[in-house]
Design a protein around this ligand. Structure first.
Ligand SMILES: [Zn+2]
Length: 74
């Protein structure tokens, strides 16, 4: 019984971690920045392709590619 319980917990833990971290990180091409306010919004958190406006000052935010994603265009 103990083994089954442990296996179940491991399964649940691995599903959660895959859900939470790596998946979103791989899809993210970068982030939007407002340099004046130091505000950052990841592109995966923005709906659509338009740049969001800064929640602090209302200016359009600037897109910045994350260094890890510039190597591959596919
Ligand atoms: Zn701002």
């Amino acid at each position: 019984m103990g083994i089954i319980g442990t296996a179940k917990e491991m399964l649940r833990a691995s599903t959660e971690s895959a859900d939470r971290g790596d998946g979103a990180a791989e899809r993210s091409k970068g982030a939007y920045w407002c340099h004046d306010c130091d505000e950052r919004i990841r592109d995966v958190e923005v709906a659509g392709d338009d740049a969001p406006t800064c929640p602090e000052c209302g200016d359009e935010m600037e897109f910045e590619r994350s260094p890890s994603s510039t190597g591959c265009a596919c």
